[in-house]
Design a protein around this ligand. Sequence first.
Ligand code: RP5
Length: 163
Amino acid sequence: MILMGSASDWELLRETKAELDRLEIPAEVHVSSAHRCLDRTIALVDRAEREGVQVFICGAGMAAHLAGVVAARTIRPVIGVPLPGGVGGGLDALLSTAQMPGGVPVATVAVGKAGARNAAFLAAEILALGDQALAARLRQTRQAQAEAVAAADASLLGEGPGT
Ligand code: RP5
């Protein structure tokens, strides 16, 4: 399940959904804030658990406590995506998301678009522990990334730095 603190977060969290779609992983998407509608957020997590959701991805900006609140409610893995928009280009959200006291972890990825994409890949890696077909799709994705780097390198032959 993808949760975001505000509809304004969708601009970046859509990257998470796009990667999950590419990896053929179904995911519900919801807006639900930890501070604006705490009870609703808790109810969403409880329902998701009952229905078998295995990993939660939570994106929020500023004093980003959504992932921490979700992690407080579930023992399933929670991945936090800190979003820019506050101070320091998202440093506030990065610290709020990552700096969980011991005992209630939030696996925190990078701020912004890279983190939004990596949240999907990290969720996929967790799910692939019990899904051989998904593991194969992840290996193909890594292979495609390596090939894209090689292609970029080849396209610069004769023009790049150091030539
Ligand atoms: C957080 O505050 C949200 O996750 C969002 O990133 C930020 C600003 O929210 P809005 O004021 O745009 O709704 O709760």
